[in-house]
Design a binder for this molecule. Structure first.
Ligand SMILES: NC(=O)c1ccc[n+]([C@@H]2O[C@H](COP(=O)([O-])OP(=O)(O)OC[C@H]3O[C@@H](n4cnc5c(N)ncnc54)[C@H](O)[C@@H]3O)[C@@H](O)[C@H]2O)c1
Length: 441
């Protein structure tokens, strides 16, 4: 099939490469010429494990090409995937103007019938608005081609995006005609035949809602265990063991019960807010989601409180922040709790030093005021305290002795619960985790 992917970012680029791997003839288009230029040079413009190899394979086979000209990219497509950003607006809803722009462009350039598929995360009934735009533009421009809208939400996780896309837990699509449904069946035929993943076929608003409900539910699990961690801190229990004990219950399961600094990234914070916003728009107060957000923000505050309880005044203190990315495996800093913390410390007058194994270049670009160091050791040397803010494997390997030897004061705030409290105590450290018995003397 001839597929065009509009927006070759974290979702679009990986999806485009996967479509090509499944045998389709794929064009990746982006309105940011610099990104297309980098891709034409054979490199992804962001860090994602295994992506460069997959790209090299499908580009070499000729099945994935990149274009900066929308007319050339869209004129011959049978299926167009919308993978542009839907960033948050101040009121809580998502900015859907990029999605609308794609709807207009498709009508302007399409020279055959095509299916426009929302892969970007959008609120329920965005498809209806897109259809309206398409209808009006088609009348205005006299484009008589059949252009229908479908929804095919994406569930990949940054840091594991290639594996998630090639072996998804499920494929969900919503359509409003047999024609559209059959086109999407064809898009995913190879994946389903080879991988056997479940497919959920439904209508457009239901597919749109599945995505928001999924992300809101995962965020709720994280906030739930973080609230439990707060209680653990106060009663002297260990949230890691509580989560383990809960997770053995098959009705609960062990995943997304990791207490810590809370969720971040370009999806959970925005999608929780967008889902609550949609609920309010249709007359339902989804109060649970407001609480999920508050608990998440509270985790960051509680790290600041732990630091202040140890260091008293933060002004003038040297504080190592290990990690900038919102989670391991990515250099994405959007809504990163680690960056939030570094900025709070910076504002409080601390001498912050941030390290991250892959995100320092992006940090320099996006947060140039934050001082960076190029190794964890350099961050620790002579610091009055360290905060572990991203749970990279590299940080899990730091021994208590290393902290003891390198830090000026032996204070470790483990905001991701990656270390063994017993070992930290044995090394004589002031160790604070999230919902685990804090070890001080
Ligand atoms: N990042 C994730 O882990 C993830 C997972 C699932 C779903 N999503 C959703 O997918 C969507 C995209 O997210 P992302 O992380 O890939 O964003 P991104 O910012 O990495 O990529 C979006 C791309 O779209 C391009 N773009 C914007 N407007 C355009 C236009 N009018 N024409 C052409 N290109 C345009 C941008 O230049 C950018 O390259 C969002 O709705 C997001 O919520 C993201």
């Amino acid at each position: 099939m001839k597929i065009t992917v509009v927006g070759v970012g974290h979702v679009g680029l990986v999806s485009a490469a996967a479509f090509a791997r499944w045998g389709h003839d794929v064009v990746g288009y982006d309105d940011d010429g610099a990104k297309i230029e980098k891709l034409l040079g054979g490199q992804a413009w962001f860090y994602e494990p295994d992506l460069d190899d997959l790209m090299a394979e499908v580009v070499e086979s000729g099945r994935l090409r990149f274009m900066a000209d929308p007319r050339a990219a869209l004129c011959d497509a049978e299926v167009v995937f919308v993978c542009v950003g839907t960033p948050p607006l101040p009121g809580g809803g998502p900015n859907l103007s990029y999605v609308e722009a794609v709807g207009r462009a498709v009508v302007e350039y399409a020279q055959r019938d095509l299916l426009l598929v929302e892969k970007s995360t959008v609120p329920a009934n965005t498809g209806k608005r897109l259809e309206q735009v398409i209808q009006r533009e088609s009348t205005r421009l006299g484009n008589g081609n059949r252009i229908e809208v479908a929804s095919n939400p994406e569930f990949l996780r940054e840091g594991a995006a290639v594996a998630d896309t090639l072996h998804p837990d499920r494929v969900v699509y919503g359509t409003s005609s047999d024609w559209a449904r059959d086109l999407l069946r064809e898009v995913y035929a190879t994946l389903v035949a080879e991988d056997g993943c479940p497919v959920v076929e439904t209508d457009v608003p239901t597919a749109e809602l599945i995505k928001h409900a999924s992300n809101a539910f995962l965020a709720t699990r994280i906030s739930f265990i973080n609230a439990v961690a707060q209680i653990c801190d106060r009663v002297g229990a260990d949230v890691e063991v509580v989560a383990e004990g809960m997770g053995h219950d098959v009705r609960i399961g062990p995943r997304f019960l990791q207490a810590g600094l809370g969720y971040g990234g370009s999806c959970f914070p925005k999608d929780v807010d967008a889902f609550a916003h949609l609920a309010a728009q249709v007359g339902y107060d989804f109060a649970l989601l407001h609480e999920v957000r508050e608990i998440n923000v509270g985790q960051r505050r509680s790290v600041m409180e732990k630091l202040e309880s140890e260091l008293w005044n933060l002004s003038g203190k040297t504080i190592a922040v290990l990690g900038a990315a919102f989670k391991p495996g990515t250099d994405d800093l959007r809504e990163s709790p680690a960056v939030y913390l570094a900025n709070e410390l910076f504002k409080a007058g601390a001498d912050v030093r941030v390290h991250d194994p892959v995100a320092l270049e992006v940090l320099a670009r996006e947060q140039p005021h934050l001082p960076r160091v190029d190794s964890a050791d350099a961050a620790l040397d002579g610091a009055h305290a360290v905060v572990v803010a991203t749970d990279w494997d590299e940080y899990k390997a730091i021994s208590p002795e290393t902290y003891r030897e390198r830090l000026a004061y032996p204070i470790v705030i483990d905001a991701r619960n990656i270390h063994d409290p017993g070992a930290m105590l044995a090394a004589g450290l002031h160790y604070h985790a999230m919902g685990r018995r804090s070890v001080t003397w």
